[in-house]
Design a protein around this ligand. Structure first.
Ligand code: DX5
Ligand code: ZN
Length: 228
């Protein structure tokens, strides 16, 4: 799998989410930020809105759960049929068990790391996952400045993925734009979340294609991290 772009609906008009989905037909995913006002200091949407979005678009949903107790709440997102569910390891009590449960329900299992959470302690857990999300801002809000300090972790995660020969996707989220996406791609990311960069653009779908082009030309592509 090559470069994938996942526009974040957090930067769309919440009263017109179906229109936002229709505005990015070239998106590979729609990134849905679920926030509970506990894990992060912001409150967005939950399962009923996700279910409504499933009916409103053909684009698969990439649900990023910024919530406490994902062990309890995340499986329901898999059960309604979203394509990918990402929980935060800082909030999970039993991340391996949760990842296995999500996969058994037929969804892709993702695990997210906040900027201060290192990847190395989770090396042995990576085979249980379909995607690792390295946050490039503190989770909670769209439109924040990209944290370059997170790039060595992206690079390190790509090394670990290559070392173990995994098919794991490596996602970045936060401050990803035409100015920053090449650095992320060069460090080894292959799935790119972009909220304000896409929905703040005059032509959101054109921005999706522009971000894809920039990431593809900056590559290393998915598995080439250690060999290029
Ligand atoms: C932040 C969210 C992001 C957010 C990104 O906590 O996880 O998905 O929408 O927004 P931008 O791309 O504007 O930084
Ligand atoms: Zn997100």
């Amino acid at each position: 799998m090559g470069v994938q772009i996942s526009p974040s609906l957090l930067s769309a008009d919440f009263a017109r989410l179906a229109d936002a989905a229709a505005a990015v037909p070239h998106a590979d995913w729609l990134h849905v930020d679920v926030m509970d006002n506990h894990f992060v200091p912001n409150l967005t949407l939950g399962l009923p809105v996700v279910e409504a979005m499933l009916k409103a678009t053909q684009i698969p949903l990439d649900c990023h759960l910024m919530i406490e107790d994902p062990d309890r709440w995340a499986p329901a997102y898999a059960e309604v049929g979203v394509g990918s569910v990402t929980f935060h390891v800082e909030a999970a009590r039993a991340p391996i068990r949760l990842a296995r449960e999500l996969r058994s329900l037929g969804t892709r299992a993702g695990m997210a790391l906040k900027p201060a959470t290192p990847v190395d302690p989770y090396e042995d857990l990576l085979p249980e996952l379909d995607m690792l999300l390295v946050m490039t801002v503190e989770p909670g809000f769209g439109g924040q400045k990209f944290l370059d300090v997170c790039l060595p972790k992206v690079r390190r995660a790509r090394e670990l993925i290559a070392r173990h020969g995994l098919e794991l996707w490596l996602q970045v989220d936060g401050g990803v734009s035409a100015e920053t996406i090449e650095r992320c791609a060069e460090a080894g990311a292959d799935v790119f979340v972009a909220g304000s960069a896409v929905f703040g653009a005059d032509d959101p779908d054109r921005m999706v294609e522009e971000l894809r082009r920039l990431a593809e030309s900056a590559g290393p592509s998915s598995n080439a991290g250690l060999t290029s």
